[in-house]
Ligand binder design. Structure first.
Ligand code: PAF
Length: 275
């Protein structure tokens, strides 16, 4: 495994690779990331993992400064799994002030985007830059960031990028909590409570599977359960899987998405429901 920090070194290293599978990350790798890397390994002879905490996707009051940076431990976990780890500095990724951005579609202003203005513009912009640098044939993203995955799929289609986007199932702890680097911000008590988010989504999913189509009521019930337990709920939303729009009558491929704060920690999760 080769650790590379500069664009020129990366380009030189990858210039003769014919089939690259790419896993973009912000580091602090957990089992969920490792599963993405395993999927990449199965699909390609060359696996590239990027580790970059991207400043332009964080809002002014978000956790950019405290986001855990654990490059050494991450590289140790990737030994024998990745061929190249690309860990650029902020100056390497943004050698001049970024004044051109990918303008994501309107859905980027809903759901998480309504609470994190500019977040998906920052994500789409850095992912496009990373795609340009790595030039992968395949890129793998976790479904935990469902809205991110949907926007990247649209970006790839609308910008004609020759990249297959693979969505990986969310890795979970034994109690159902979706794995996330931000889980480590939780106190012991909050960590126990955190499993309620996936349990609440499971209940909402069963309700939908039983045939209910009063989505607003299903959303309110789920949000109410979390709020009563002390969560500050940002949203619970039933959407269609394809574009994350409000489901049309008879839509059979739904996803329930939620974001809520437990203490100071913001957690997100989702559940696909196929009727
Ligand atoms: O999902 C993430 O870790 C980040 O949003 C990504 C895709 C690496 C872009 O910074």
């Amino acid at each position: 495994m080769q650790l590379i920090h500069t664009v020129s070194e990366l380009r030189a290293r990858l210039s003769n690779e014919k089939s690259i599978a790419f896993v973009p990350t912000m580091g602090n790798l957990h089992e969920g990331h490792i599963e993405l890397v395993r999927m990449a390994r199965e699909r390609s002879s060359c696996v590239v993992v990027s580790i970059f905490v991207n400043p332009i996707q964080f809002g002014p009051n978000e956790d950019f400064d405290k986001y855990p940076r654990t490059l050494e431990a991450d590289c140790a976990r990737l030994q024998g799994m990745a061929d190249v780890v690309f860990a650029p500095s902020v100056d390497e990724m943004y050698p001049e002030q970024q004044t051109l951005f990918v303008e994501p579609p309107p859905i980027a202003n809903e759901l998480c985007g309504a609470f994190r203005p500019g977040h998906f513009r920052g994500v789409a912009t850095v992912v496009l830059k990373l795609f340009n640098l790595v030039q992968p044939q395949i890129a793998i993203f976790g479904k935990k960031d469902y809205q991110q995955l949907a926007i990247i799929r649209q970006m790839v289609i609308q910008f004609n990028l020759p990249i297959e986007i693979v969505g990986a199932e969310t890795s979970r702890a034994a109690d159902g909590l979706a794995l996330s680097s931000r889980n480590q911000y939780l106190s012991a008590e909050e960590r126990t409570e955190a499993a309620m988010m996936s349990r609440t989504l499971q209940v909402a999913g069963k309700t939908l599977a039983s045939g209910r189509s009063d989505y607003a009521a299903v959303e309110q019930e789920a949000a109410g359960v979390l709020a009563k337990r002390g969560w500050q709920v940002e949203y619970v939303a039933v959407r269609n899987q394809a574009g994350l729009g409000i489901p049309a009558a008879g839509c059979r491929k739904l996803v329930v998405l939620a974001a809520a704060r437990l203490g100071k920690t913001r957690l997100i999760d989702n559940l696909e429901v196929c009727l």
